[in-house]
Design a protein around this ligand. Structure first.
Ligand SMILES: [Ca+2]
Length: 302
């Protein structure tokens, strides 16, 4: 009987050991696939790339927006070379020199005109009045045509340069402020810091330029004049003209035009607004809304 009991115990021990071995093998094969994959990936990584213990992230400091800083932008003043009379009733919104004459666009509802002006006398040689609902804005001359923006009507009028007869109209969805061209495209401002380049034939927008001074957007861009790779822009309600790199939009210089009018002349005058350039004779003209004078100026270091 003793030997029978011993034999049974031995058999039970063998059975228990076999059961444990099977359980161990099963647990290996039943390892969840995710863990198995993760384990494989880790094994495929070279030892030096094994993830180290992740440091506890410190609270990140509030980072400032990266700003494009340039050197100080030079501020120039103006030297008056010549002074000419200007119609003190003209609410100047656009000015351009062309073939020996000034062309001017004026604003205000009921007073808006397009006009051809003699420089020396300020005499208005030819004028066309806009319909009363239109507030005339920037002008430019492109291939014997005058383009004239309107402020909030969303219409650009195109006239024959000689007769001032209207040829066509273009529509746009923004405000109309200043207008010039670079020989290929019209350049338009809308009072923001953006300049809009448009196809002169279709008036379709081709590209935009954001104007910045030391990384900060410059808004209130008003009357414009393209001069040798730069766009000169009146800053509305100031005596400052920004010289803008026409490729990058960066302001490369400021022209301080303050102090041109006497106290008496300023009495009825509004803000500086009107830049024209005579490329042939390298003459720069400026005037303003309701200014009694128009100035030929040179830029000088302050
Ligand atoms: Ca101009």
């Amino acid at each position: 009987m003793k030997w029978v009991a011993l034999g049974l115990m031995t058999a039970l021990m063998m059975f228990w050991l076999q059961a444990c071995t099977n359980a161990s093998q099963r647990s290996d094969t039943e390892e969840p696939p995710v863990l198995a994959n993760s384990s494989q990936e880790k094994l495929q990584e070279p030892p030096e790339e094994m993830p180290e213990e992740k440091p506890v992230p410190e609270e990140e400091e509030a980072k400032e927006e990266p700003q494009e800083k340039e050197g100080n932008i030079p501020v120039e003043r103006v030297k008056v070379v010549n002074t000419y009379p200007h119609d003190a009733q003209a609410f100047t919104q656009g000015l351009q020199w062309h073939n020996g004459f000034l062309y001017e666009g004026t604003g205000l509802e009921g007073h808006s005109t397009i006009r051809k002006v003699e420089l020396k006398t300020g005499k208005v040689l030819k004028s066309k009045r806009l319909a009363e609902q239109y507030f005339g804005e920037g002008i430019t001359i492109w291939k014997d045509k005058i383009y004239q923006l309107t402020w909030r009507s969303g219409v650009c009028f195109v006239y024959n340069l000689e007769t001032f007869d209207k040829i066509r109209e273009h529509k746009y969805a923004i405000e109309g402020w200043g207008l010039t061209h670079d020989g290929k495209l019209l350049i338009m401002s809308d009072g923001s810091s953006t300049l809009y380049f448009r196809d002169p034939e279709t008036f379709q927008e081709v590209k935009r330029l954001e104007v910045k001074a030391q990384g900060t957007p410059v808004s209130q861009l008003n009357e414009l004049e393209y001069i040798k790779g730069e766009i000169y822009a009146n800053i509305w309600q100031t005596d400052m003209i920004a010289r803008i790199d026409a490729k990058t939009g960066k302001v490369v210089g400021w022209i301080d035009c303050s102090g041109l009018l006497s106290e008496q002349e300023q009495w009825n005058a509004e803000v500086l607004n009107g830049i024209a350039y005579d490329e042939k004779n390298d003459r720069l003209f400026i005037t303003g809304k309701l200014w009694p004078k128009l100035f030929e100026i040179k830029r000088v270091k302050s």
